[in-house]
Design a protein around this ligand. Structure first.
Ligand SMILES: [Mg+2]
Length: 333
């Protein structure tokens, strides 16, 4: 990279971003100066995307820009927070105008949609790596956490699971998918929609929440550990897309839904006493959360049921899911 090109990079990120009244000083000084609303707490999350680990050469630059923000807003959603600001640390191997334009567009579009202002950044030369830190607000004491689930609470997921994992498997030729389904699934993988509005509406209603980044069972386990409870999951209640069910056997569809990550749906628990309020809150939601099971007092245990009967992953070596976690480690009862 020629001298001076680094200075140019900043220009990709200074135009047409939303501006907010709570930013006294944004990009351009040594630090940002920001106003946190009265009676609110600041929630801060950070996530890194590394080429070859979180995305690859087949990932469009615009998708990388979108996803770098989306995964952070998904964490804010899981905390019940309203997004406000992001900062960006970008490590680039070369100066590439086309890539930077696509990346900056993807970043700006999602910031625009959620009225998030870019308040700072840093650029370094090295292997392609993107770190975004996002800041959001919750009314004091109202943040959602992983630790509040109680036996008897109902377990919900905000939308279809397994699509992003299947999209990746299709692109890597590990699963045969029609071009039409592949296109639809790629939208889920490349442009995940963080459940920001839902997360905020769950304040005071959900007893625990997490976003599904690593796979339903892996993320459920985080709630169970933090809350010291167990869970019963009805696999026949899992929300599945048509693209998923039409492309896979039923057992494989369940396996993707339970173990593949990156769908960025919210997984949360609702106490019986809050269920009426919850039903009212989601009555007009564009996408209704689905009840997939119940919290049990069997700490750490996940019980999988199909039509009320115990269910486990078929012990079939031909499945070729070796890139996923071994199901036996996840399905103990
Ligand atoms: Mg998370």
């Amino acid at each position: 990279m020629a001298a001076g090109e680094f200075d140019l990079i900043a220009t990709y990120f200074t135009h047409r971003y939303p501006t907010r009244g709570d930013v006294d000083t944004g990009v351009g000084d040594d630090g940002a100066v920001l106003q946190v609303p009265a009676n609110s707490e600041l929630v801060v999350v950070t996530d890194t995307l590394v080429e070859g680990v979180h995305f690859d050469h087949y990932t469009p630059a615009r998708a990388i820009g979108h996803k770098a923000v989306a995964v952070n807003l998904s964490d804010l959603a899981a905390m019940g927070a309203e997004p406000a600001w992001i900062s960006l640390a970008l490590t680039l191997p070369t100066f590439d105008d086309e890539w930077l334009t696509g990346f900056a567009n993807g970043l700006r579009e999602i910031c625009d949609y959620y009225q998030c202002q870019l308040i700072g950044g840093d650029t370094t030369r090295g292997p392609l790596t993107i770190t975004v830190t996002a800041h959001g607000f919750v009314p004091t004491g109202k943040a959602l956490r992983r630790s509040g689930a109680k036996p008897g609470d109902w377990i919900y997921v905000s939308g279809a699971l397994g699509d992003a994992g299947l999209a990746l498997a299709g692109m890597q030729q590990r699963q045969k998918i029609t071009p039409d389904y592949q296109r639809r699934l790629n939208e889920r993988l490349f442009f995940p929609a963080p459940r920001v509005a839902l997360g905020q509406s769950l304040r005071g209603i959900a007893s625990s929440a997490i976003d599904v980044s690593d796979g339903l069972l892996a993320d459920l386990r985080h709630i169970l550990t933090a809350s010291q409870v167990g869970a019963r999951i009805d696999v026949d209640e899992l929300p599945l897309s048509l693209a998923l069910t039409e492309s896979l056997s039923e057992a494989d569809a369940f396996r993707y839904a339970l173990t593949s990550g990156e769908d960025f749906e919210l997984l949360f628990t609702v106490p019986e006493a809050q269920r009426g309020v919850f039903d009212t809150v989601i009555a007009h939601a564009a996408q209704k959360p689905v009840c997939i099971g119940r919290v049990t007092n069997d700490a750490g245990a996940i019980q999988l049921l199909y039509a009320g009967e115990p269910w486990s992953f078929p012990a079939d070596a031909a499945y070729g899911f070796d890139h996923f976690q071994q199901p036996t480690a996840e399905s103990e009862t």
